[in-house]
Design a protein around this ligand. Structure first.
Ligand SMILES: [Zn+2]
Length: 275
């Protein structure tokens, strides 16, 4: 490991200094211990928040239970959705002029984003789901993986020169808090790159006629209903939140050359934080 972790992280419970050993992170102030398992630092969620009542929905609960199986099928390499996902990410990666380290991949999933910069040291990858983090850790050995909620304040202020948030802000319930936390940990001269689905005319149509019936049948629940909870933020809500703490340096739609939400499947952003 080339990354000196204690330079970037603090205790997610009390925001004090921690010491990092090979398999253990210790906070001397509050006594919290965090452990590494299968190449992933576990349970650094810290906020102790319970799931908001919003998520009390049977279809979403079933979707969550099947999350890792679903991700494995959805992102298997031969799948159309997976190939599209790759094109979306290639589009947002096109906004990166040069990689400035250290890099935070927020919501790294099973590690697909990391394919685009496998040579890089000093990459920290964060996700909420332990199973998908384990998949990412098997695919790419170099990054350091954390199971954490970004709003948990486990990272020190202005720690990162580059932050990636690909296909993640549409999922986040505490949107403002999360975007503000991302701004806090981005270096004043750094850039954040965001990819979000537009849920535009074409995307909604494809989901309605192809994806929803396919996954409803495969997993035995109403996929379209589960998505209302899984994608709880529209692209407009995400953009409004981003504008509060960031300046839009560039915005690109895909596949249309315009940036409207109807003809595009995704929007990609390069952002600087407001200082
Ligand atoms: Zn502590």
């Amino acid at each position: 490991m080339t990354l000196k972790l204690d330079k970037y992280i603090q205790c997610p419970k009390c925001q004090r200094l921690v010491t990092v050993d090979t398999l253990k992170i210790s906070c001397f102030s509050c006594g919290e211990l965090f452990f590494k398992q299968n190449g992933v630092w576990k349970d650094l969620e810290g906020t102790g928040q319970t799931l908001p009542p919003f998520y009390r929905n049977a279809n979403w609960e079933k979707y969550q239970k099947n999350q890792s199986v679903f991700h494995r099928r959805y992102y298997c390499e031969s799948n159309v959705s997976s190939r599209l996902e790759y094109l979306f990410k290639k589009n947002v990666i096109g906004l990166v002029d040069r990689w400035v380290k250290p890099v935070l991949d927020f919501g790294c999933g099973n590690g697909m984003d990391l394919e685009f910069f496998p040579h890089l040291d000093d990459v920290i990858a964060v996700d909420l789901h332990f199973d998908t983090l384990c998949q990412a850790a098997r695919r790419h050995k170099k990054p350091v993986y954390f199971q954490s909620d970004i709003a948990s304040s486990m990272f020190k202020l202005s720690s990162f020169q580059t932050i990636l948030a690909f296909d993640v802000l549409e999922h986040v319930f505490a949107l403002d808090l999360t975007v503000q936390s991302l701004a806090n940990i981005l270096h004043p001269e750094g850039f954040m790159y965001v990819l979000i689905p537009t849920e535009g005319g074409l995307a909604s149509f494809c989901r309605k006629i192809y994806t929803a019936p396919k996954y409803s049948k495969m997993f035995g629940y109403d996929y379209a209903d589960a998505m209302k909870y899984e994608h709880c933020n529209s692209c407009f809500a995400v953009e409004d939140a981003l504008k509060k703490w960031f300046i839009i340096d560039e915005k690109k739609g895909w596949p249309s050359p315009t940036t409207d939400s109807l003809t595009n499947l995704v929007w990609a952003y390069r952002l600087r934080k407001r200082v």
